[in-house]
Design a protein around this ligand. Structure first.
Ligand code: 9MR
Ligand code: ZN
Length: 566
């Protein structure tokens, strides 16, 4: 029996629309019919045989139904009697999705009660209000070498839980924040001020309100010497209880150069963005950024991070900090226009591995956004804004980045064309958090679309969102609440412990993983399962089905992009 896949959430009226038909074991022609809510066929179309798709092990047809543009509810049938899930065509499809995914971050808030007024049935009590201690003190205390009275305790209340666990990790936080701050800066028209969060209506756009909640917390994990703790978690993950029931001792782990770099970068970025909305915070953020950068300069050696013995919370390990240093220098240059930062950035760019990377491990692409920011903004406002280039060196660096982004986007386009489902992923790319790899690549495509105005990049972004929302061999929409067959059992302590049947909407799943490491997935996924289908909507499967702030943030960026360029 064949299977018909569509974007279960929906399509913009004028965007390309592809249905993928898979798996009927022959290469005979396939026809599709697009059916509206009145049950009439609005388009009959021949699907084109793509061939065998490696990542899903499916024989695949692609049917273009872009001709259908009238707003409404539809589904697609093939001539073998198979039918897709239903979907909408509507102007506000990505605006709604973006709002939903941004609101999901409110549900990650730590150190505050979530009132019914904003959280509805998902209201909950305040959590993690206790103070944290540094790892060295924790270790000494455990060994009986010191008493509690001798320990300096830190106020660390606030911020977002990173994921399905209650940890808070600066490098992950900084990347997620950057995606959203840039999304707001480049596509402000996509952010409606209607998230219904406690700060709504205070004169600041809600997306910036939500980000400020995290940024204010982030300031708290900078130490007096300018260094930044690599993470704030307990020694071991909390049980599957509501956050207010988790009373494990919170620990500020030792600093890393990655944390200092990412912190300096995002604080410099934030000081620009909040300059008029929150001038006091903006000044504080810049001072904190400079202090972290000074600490970095005083520590030119790589200071990595590894979990101490007995600790099982996230590691966010890295083997290279040059990209974080580069990102920090680029943002500080962009904010202060001081030449010394630019000289640093220039020197660091030559050494980085993956210059357009936009994820939490490799962040050199975020430095690119900083350096191209004025150009991208001017292009977005169709030249009405003049690019002020104060120096030739900055212009050259940003031109270099334009080339890097466009050439990376060309490679990503090719990848997307090689997949029957149009996912810009090779067979090997399906690891833990594969949806992030796909979404980060789509952000590179979106950047190239802004920089060149070439429609093919924007169309490929649509394909990546289609994959996320249902055009994939696993047959799921990977955003909770978005579509008829959206995943609903995330590896999220709150969802598991809250006793509510419904799932908080707007969360992005980590997605299929060809090399799962959680026990449940190891048991249930039959060896040889094609990587695109190595997915289970089961809460125990943390290496397939967790949620994180930095899996939501790229999707928020992309929804804002698609909504703005529609
Ligand atoms: O997203 C991270 C993934 O890329 C890594 O492979 C994995 C193992 O190191 O860790 C993931 O991050 C988790 C973090 O360590 C703790 N919070 C939940 C994150 C998502 O699973
Ligand atoms: Zn909490």
């Amino acid at each position: 029996m064949s299977k018909v896949y569509v974007n279960q959430w929906g399509y913009l009226p004028n965007s390309p629309k592809t249905a993928v038909i898979a798996g009927n074991g022959s290469d005979q022609p396939v026809k599709i019919r697009v059916i509206n809510e009145q049950d009439s066929c609005v388009l009959e179309q021949e699907a084109v045989f793509f061939g065998h798709d490696a990542a899903s092990d499916d024989d695949v047809w692609q049917a273009d139904f872009s001709e259908v543009t009238a707003p409404g509810k539809y589904h697609v049938e093939d001539d073998q009697g198979s039918s897709s899930y239903s979907f909408q065509i509507s102007e506000d499809i990505y605006e709604k999705l973006g709002n939903m995914m941004s609101k999901a971050l409110y549900f990650q808030r730590c150190g505050t009660a979530l009132d019914e007024k904003y959280a509805g049935i998902f209201k909950r009590e305040c959590c993690h209000t206790g103070k944290a201690m540094q790892l060295k003190d924790y270790v000494n205390l455990q060994a009986g070498n010191i008493s509690e009275a001798q320990i300096q305790m830190f106020d660390v209340q606030g911020g977002w839980h990173d994921a399905g666990d209650f940890g808070r990790y600066p490098t992950a936080a900084a990347t997620a924040l950057a995606h959203m701050l840039y999304a707001w800066e480049l596509f402000p028209e996509s952010f409606e001020d209607s998230l219904n969060i406690p700060e709504s209506g205070n004169g600041m756009p809600d997306i910036l309100n939500e980000c400020l909640y995290e940024l204010k917390w982030l300031l708290k994990v900078q130490m007096a010497d300018g260094s930044v703790s690599h993470k704030l978690t307990s020694m071991r993950h909390a049980n599957f209880v509501m956050p207010c029931e988790d009373h494990r001792q919170m620990i500020l782990f030792p600093p890393s150069t990655m944390a200092a770099g990412a912190f300096a970068a995002v604080m410099a970025l934030a000081s620009r963005i909040y300059k008029t909305f929150a001038p006091e915070f903006s000044r504080e953020a810049l001072a904190a950024a400079k202090k972290a950068f000074a600490w970095l300069k005083a520590h030119p050696e790589f200071i990595g991070f590894e979990n101490p013995k007995g600790c099982n919370t996230g590691g966010y390990e890295d083997i290279d900090d040059r990209d974080e240093r580069l990102w920090a220098a680029a943002e500080l240059y962009r904010t202060t226009r001081e030449a010394a930062y630019l000289t640093d950035a220039q020197a660091l760019l030559d050494g980085v591995n993956d210059p357009t990377a936009l994820g939490w491990t490799d962040v050199a692409g975020l430095a690119g956004w900083a350096l191209m920011e004025d150009m991208m903004r001017a292009l977005r406002s169709k030249g009405s804004e003049v690019i002020e280039r104060d120096c030739r060196q900055a212009a050259l660096l940003s031109e270099k980045y334009v080339e890097l982004f466009v050439s990376a986007a060309d490679d990503i386009l090719k990848l997307s064309q090689q997949c029957g489902y149009k996912a810009a992923m090779s067979v090997e790319d399906y690891g833990w958090g594969s949806n992030m790899v796909l979404l980060n690549r789509a952000m590179i495509l979106a950047s190239a679309a802004v920089l060149t105005d070439d429609q093919s990049y924007a169309d490929a972004v649509v394909s990546q969102m289609d994959y996320l929302l249902g055009v994939n061999g696993a047959d799921y929409s990977y955003v909770t609440g978005a579509g008829e067959h959206a995943f609903k059992n995330p590896h999220n302590r709150v969802t598991v412990a809250d006793g509510i049947d419904e799932t908080i909407p707007g969360f992005v799943s980590g997605g299929p993983n060809g090399h799962p490491v959680d026990e449940k997935a190891e048991w249930l996924i039959v060896p040889g399962t094609p990587p695109m289908k190595c997915y289970l909507d089961i809460w125990e499967c943390y290496s397939l089905n967790e949620i994180t702030i930095y899996w939501n943030s790229p999707a928020i960026f992309l929804a804002a992009f698609l909504n703005a360029v529609k």
